[in-house]
Design a binder for this molecule. Structure first.
Ligand SMILES: [Zn+2]
Length: 171
Protein backbone atom coordinates (compact mmCIF):
# COMPACT_ATOMS: atom_id res chain seq x y z
CA UNK A 1 0.00 0.00 0.00
CA UNK A 2 1.05 3.58 -0.44
CA UNK A 3 1.68 6.49 1.88
CA UNK A 4 -1.98 7.61 2.14
CA UNK A 5 -3.36 4.21 3.11
CA UNK A 6 -0.69 3.66 5.76
CA UNK A 7 -1.12 7.21 7.11
CA UNK A 8 -4.85 6.56 7.50
CA UNK A 9 -4.04 3.96 10.18
CA UNK A 10 -1.89 6.48 12.07
CA UNK A 11 -4.75 9.02 12.04
CA UNK A 12 -7.30 6.43 13.15
CA UNK A 13 -4.99 5.20 15.93
CA UNK A 14 -4.39 8.65 17.41
CA UNK A 15 -7.50 8.58 19.68
CA UNK A 16 -6.35 5.22 21.13
CA UNK A 17 -3.33 6.88 22.70
CA UNK A 18 -3.81 10.66 22.71
CA UNK A 19 -0.47 11.45 24.33
CA UNK A 20 1.52 9.98 21.42
CA UNK A 21 2.12 12.75 18.85
CA UNK A 22 0.57 12.19 15.43
CA UNK A 23 4.03 12.51 13.84
CA UNK A 24 5.24 9.49 15.82
CA UNK A 25 2.24 7.43 14.67
CA UNK A 26 2.85 8.49 11.04
CA UNK A 27 6.50 7.41 11.37
CA UNK A 28 5.31 4.10 12.87
CA UNK A 29 2.89 3.51 9.99
CA UNK A 30 5.71 4.07 7.47
CA UNK A 31 8.49 2.33 9.44
CA UNK A 32 8.70 -0.74 7.17
CA UNK A 33 9.02 1.43 4.04
CA UNK A 34 11.61 3.67 5.73
CA UNK A 35 13.55 0.51 6.66
CA UNK A 36 13.22 -0.77 3.07
CA UNK A 37 14.78 2.46 1.75
CA UNK A 38 17.56 2.35 4.35
CA UNK A 39 18.28 -1.36 3.75
CA UNK A 40 18.18 -0.76 0.00
CA UNK A 41 20.79 1.99 0.28
CA UNK A 42 22.87 -0.24 2.59
CA UNK A 43 22.63 -3.07 0.05
CA UNK A 44 20.74 -5.61 2.20
CA UNK A 45 17.55 -5.40 0.15
CA UNK A 46 16.25 -4.61 -3.29
CA UNK A 47 16.26 -6.36 -6.65
CA UNK A 48 16.73 -10.12 -6.41
CA UNK A 49 17.39 -9.83 -2.66
CA UNK A 50 13.76 -8.86 -2.13
CA UNK A 51 12.56 -7.15 1.05
CA UNK A 52 12.86 -9.80 3.81
CA UNK A 53 14.49 -7.52 6.41
CA UNK A 54 11.95 -4.70 6.17
CA UNK A 55 8.80 -6.51 5.01
CA UNK A 56 9.23 -10.16 6.03
CA UNK A 57 6.48 -11.32 8.40
CA UNK A 58 8.97 -12.53 11.00
CA UNK A 59 10.99 -9.31 10.90
CA UNK A 60 7.78 -7.22 10.90
CA UNK A 61 6.79 -8.93 14.16
CA UNK A 62 10.27 -8.08 15.48
CA UNK A 63 9.85 -4.42 14.37
CA UNK A 64 6.47 -4.46 16.13
CA UNK A 65 8.21 -5.59 19.34
CA UNK A 66 11.03 -3.05 19.04
CA UNK A 67 8.56 -0.21 18.38
CA UNK A 68 6.26 -1.31 21.22
CA UNK A 69 9.14 -1.47 23.73
CA UNK A 70 10.65 1.84 22.58
CA UNK A 71 7.24 3.53 22.62
CA UNK A 72 6.42 2.20 26.09
CA UNK A 73 9.74 3.55 27.43
CA UNK A 74 9.57 6.92 25.71
CA UNK A 75 5.96 7.64 26.64
CA UNK A 76 6.02 5.78 30.00
CA UNK A 77 2.92 3.87 28.98
CA UNK A 78 2.50 0.24 27.96
CA UNK A 79 -0.66 1.23 26.11
CA UNK A 80 1.16 3.91 24.09
CA UNK A 81 3.84 1.36 23.22
CA UNK A 82 1.27 -1.21 22.16
CA UNK A 83 -0.55 1.32 19.94
CA UNK A 84 2.73 2.39 18.28
CA UNK A 85 3.76 -1.26 17.79
CA UNK A 86 0.40 -2.23 16.29
CA UNK A 87 0.54 0.73 13.89
CA UNK A 88 3.97 -0.56 12.74
CA UNK A 89 2.48 -4.05 12.26
CA UNK A 90 -0.57 -2.65 10.43
CA UNK A 91 1.80 -1.79 7.57
CA UNK A 92 2.45 -5.47 6.92
CA UNK A 93 -1.27 -6.32 6.94
CA UNK A 94 -2.14 -3.55 4.47
CA UNK A 95 0.80 -4.61 2.29
CA UNK A 96 -0.40 -8.24 2.50
CA UNK A 97 -3.70 -7.14 0.93
CA UNK A 98 -2.21 -4.82 -1.69
CA UNK A 99 1.09 -6.52 -2.72
CA UNK A 100 2.41 -7.49 -5.20
CA UNK A 101 2.09 -4.04 -6.78
CA UNK A 102 2.96 -3.59 -10.50
CA UNK A 103 5.00 -0.53 -9.54
CA UNK A 104 7.83 -1.22 -12.00
CA UNK A 105 5.43 -0.25 -14.80
CA UNK A 106 4.08 2.83 -13.01
CA UNK A 107 4.25 6.12 -14.88
CA UNK A 108 4.07 9.29 -12.76
CA UNK A 109 3.07 11.27 -15.86
CA UNK A 110 0.06 9.19 -16.89
CA UNK A 111 -0.56 7.78 -13.36
CA UNK A 112 -0.87 4.35 -14.87
CA UNK A 113 0.51 0.88 -14.24
CA UNK A 114 -0.09 -2.26 -16.25
CA UNK A 115 -2.07 -4.53 -13.96
CA UNK A 116 -3.71 -7.93 -14.30
CA UNK A 117 -0.66 -9.91 -15.42
CA UNK A 118 0.81 -12.56 -13.10
CA UNK A 119 3.20 -11.16 -10.52
CA UNK A 120 5.12 -13.16 -7.91
CA UNK A 121 4.19 -12.42 -4.28
CA UNK A 122 6.94 -10.35 -2.64
CA UNK A 123 6.31 -10.45 1.13
CA UNK A 124 8.51 -13.20 2.65
CA UNK A 125 7.25 -15.10 5.70
CA UNK A 126 10.79 -15.56 7.00
CA UNK A 127 13.99 -14.66 5.15
CA UNK A 128 15.43 -15.07 1.66
CA UNK A 129 14.21 -18.32 0.10
CA UNK A 130 11.18 -18.65 2.37
CA UNK A 131 7.62 -18.71 0.95
CA UNK A 132 6.29 -15.30 -0.06
CA UNK A 133 2.73 -14.02 0.26
CA UNK A 134 0.59 -11.19 -1.10
CA UNK A 135 -3.10 -11.11 -2.00
CA UNK A 136 -2.40 -8.80 -4.94
CA UNK A 137 -5.28 -6.32 -4.77
CA UNK A 138 -3.19 -3.63 -6.51
CA UNK A 139 -2.43 -6.00 -9.36
CA UNK A 140 -6.18 -6.26 -10.00
CA UNK A 141 -7.06 -2.56 -10.03
CA UNK A 142 -5.65 0.46 -11.86
CA UNK A 143 -3.26 2.96 -10.29
CA UNK A 144 -6.08 5.53 -10.32
CA UNK A 145 -8.40 3.13 -8.48
CA UNK A 146 -5.68 2.31 -5.95
CA UNK A 147 -5.10 6.04 -5.39
CA UNK A 148 -8.84 6.64 -4.96
CA UNK A 149 -9.02 3.78 -2.44
CA UNK A 150 -6.12 5.24 -0.45
CA UNK A 151 -7.67 8.71 -0.45
CA UNK A 152 -10.94 7.26 0.87
CA UNK A 153 -8.99 5.44 3.61
CA UNK A 154 -7.12 8.66 4.41
CA UNK A 155 -10.40 10.61 4.68
CA UNK A 156 -11.86 7.92 6.94
CA UNK A 157 -8.77 8.06 9.17
CA UNK A 158 -8.96 11.84 9.21
CA UNK A 159 -12.64 11.72 10.20
CA UNK A 160 -11.83 9.45 13.17
CA UNK A 161 -8.98 11.78 14.14
CA UNK A 162 -11.10 14.95 13.90
CA UNK A 163 -13.92 13.42 15.91
CA UNK A 164 -11.51 12.58 18.71
CA UNK A 165 -10.07 16.12 18.76
CA UNK A 166 -13.57 17.61 18.93
CA UNK A 167 -14.46 15.29 21.78
CA UNK A 168 -11.38 16.39 23.71
CA UNK A 169 -12.02 20.05 22.95
CA UNK A 170 -15.64 19.88 24.14
CA UNK A 171 -16.24 21.31 27.65
ZN1 LIG B 1 5.49 -1.31 2.56
Amino acid sequence: MGIFGHSAVALAAKPLSPRVPLGVLLLAALTLDILAIAFGIAGFEGGVKGIPWSHGLLMSILWFGVAALAGARIFHSARAGMVIGLVVLSHWLLDLVSHPIPFSSFSWRSWHWSFGHPLAPDLPLLFAGSPKVGLGLYNRISAAEATALELVLLLMGFAVYLRSIRKHAAP
